[in-house]
Write a protein that binds this ligand. Structure first.
Ligand code: AMP
Ligand code: MG
Length: 353
C-alpha cells in the first residue's frame, strides 16, 4: 500500500484501488493530478485537481488553500475571528454586521436547520461549549451537571431567533434570544467542499477531489474512471463500504466515534441532541451522498441526532436519496438508491429502509 492510500485510510476514506493522488508524469499531454496536503479546520485536508498545465493546477490549489485559511479563521467557533465577534454581539443583544460569506453561511444553515426540524441546530454553541467540544483537545472530565444542561436546554436557542437583513456588503444580524451562540462545526466543512469545487470549476477544472478529514467531495472523474470512495468502519479498522462516484458529489460522514469525551469508561460523543442537551449515541455513523456538500454535512449531523428509527424521515425532509447509517450494533441501514451504489463489506448485516 502506498503512502497516499494509507493516509486516506487513516482519514476514513480511500480513493480507488491503488488510486494514489500522485501526478502522472510522462511525455503524453495527459492532464495530471496535482495534489496538496494541509492541516486546516482542525483536520487533515487533501486536495487534488486534474490539469494539463502544472502551473494552472498549482495555482488553483493555492487559491483554494488560501480561501480555506480565511474560512477557518472567520468561521471558527471559539478562536478570535468574525464568528466569535458576532457571537459576542448576539450575546450582548446588539446588532452585528457580517460580510457576504458569513451572511450566506448563516442563511444556509438557518434554512437547513428548519428542514431538519431543529435536529441540526448550529445555534447550540453554549451547550457544545458546556460539553467541552469547543476545544482542540479531548477532555477527560465528568460530564456537566444535569442542572446546567437543563438550564441551557431551557433557553432552547434556535436559528429562527436570528433576524438577518441584507446590506450592500453583507448583512446586519441580531438575535431575539441572547442564548444563540453559533457553532458551524457540523456544517462549515461541507460548505468549504462546495466552495473548493466551485473554485476549480471556475478555472475550467472539472475533475477534482477535496477531502476534509474524511468529508469528501469529487467532481468529474479520476483519470477517466469513477472516483472510488471508502466509508470508514466506525467501530473497527478499514472500510465498511465502498462507493463509486462520477460527476459532482459530496460524501459526508458524521460519527459518534470521531470525537468524544470519556469518563469512568463511558463515552460522550460530540453531537448533541437539541431536545435533551445530551450527546446522541445510537448511531455510530451516518454518511450522506448529495451534490451539495453543505446540505450533506448538515444532514449527516441531523441523521445522527434522529437515531436509528427516525433517520429515514429526516433524510426525506432534506430530499436525500442516498444515505448509509451504521447503528450502535454495527449493522448497516441504507436507502434503496444507496443500496444500488454501495458495496458493503462482507459479513456486515444490511437492511434497506
Ligand atoms: P459533524 O461531524 O458534521 O456531525 O459535526 C459535529 C460538530 O457539530 C460538533 O463537534 C459540534 O461542533 C457541532 N454540533 C454538535 N451537535 C450539533 C447539532 N445538533 N446541530 C448542529 N451542530 C452540532
Ligand atoms: Mg455535519
Amino acid at each position: 500500500m502506498n503512502t497516499t492510500r494509507r493516509e486516506f485510510l487513516k482519514l476514513g476514506l480511500t480513493l480507488g484501488a491503488g488510486a494514489a493522488l500522485q501526478p502522472l508524469l510522462g511525455c503524453e499531454a495527459k492532464a495530471a493530478l496535482h495534489s496538496r496536503r494541509e492541516y486546516l479546520f482542525g483536520t487533515e485536508v487533501e486536495l487534488a485537481v486534474e490539469s494539463a498545465s502544472p502551473r494552472e493546477g498549482e495555482m488553483a490549489l493555492s487559491e483554494v488553500v488560501e480561501r480555506f485559511t480565511g474560512m477557518n479563521r472567520d468561521w471558527h467557533a471559539w478562536k478570535p475571528g468574525a464568528l466569535s465577534r458576532l457571537n459576542a454581539r448576539l450575546a450582548a443583544g446588539e446588532m452585528a454586521e457580517v460580510d457576504t460569506e458569513l451572511a450566506s453561511l448563516i442563511d444556509g444553515a438557518r434554512a437547513l436547520s428548519a428542514r431538519s426540524g431543529g435536529l441540526f441546530n448550529p445555534a447550540l454553541g453554549e451547550l457544545i461549549a458546556l460539553w467541552d467540544f469547543q476545544s482542540d483537545t479531548q477532555t477527560r472530565r465528568a460530564p456537566p451537571e444535569a442542572a446546567q444542561i437543563a438550564a441551557l436546554c431551557a433557553h432552547a436557542p434556535r436559528m429562527d431567533a436570528l433576524h438577518i437583513e441584507a446590506t450592500a456588503d453583507g448583512a446586519r444580524i441580531h438575535s431575539a434570544s441572547p442564548h444563540v451562540r453559533l457553532d458551524f462545526g457540523g456544517y462549515a466543512k461541507g460548505v468549504a467542499l462546495d466552495r473548493a469545487l466551485d473554485q476549480f470549476a471556475g478555472r475550467g477544472l472539472g475533475n477534482a477531489v477535496v477531502n476534509l478529514g474524511g468529508n469528501l467531495a469529487v467532481s468529474g472523474r479520476r483519470q477517466g474512471r469513477p472516483w472510488r470512495i471508502g466509508v470508514r468502519h466506525p467501530q473497527g479498522e478499514g472500510v465498511i463500504a465502498a462507493l463509486e462516484v462520477e460527476g459532482r458529489a459530496a460524501v459526508v460522514t458524521s460519527g459518534t466515534y470521531e470525537r468524544y469525551r470519556e469518563w469512568n469508561g463511558e463515552r460522550y460523543p460530540h453531537i448533541i441532541d437539541p431536545r435533551t442537551g445530551y450527546p446522541a449515541r445510537h448511531i455510530a455513523s451516518a454518511t450522506v451522498l448529495h451534490p451539495e456538500g453543505g446540505l450533506a454535512d448538515a444532514a449527516a449531523t441531523a441523521l445522527v441526532v434522529a437515531g436509528p428509527q427516525d433517520w429515514p424521515r429526516i433524510a426525506r425532509a432534506f430530499g436525500i436519496r442516498e444515505a448509509l447509517v451504521v447503528d450502535e450494533t454495527g449493522a448497516v441501514q441504507l436507502t434503496p438508491a444507496m443500496a444500488r451504489r454501495a458495496q458493503v463489506q462482507e459479513g456486515v448485516p444490511v437492511r434497506v429502509v
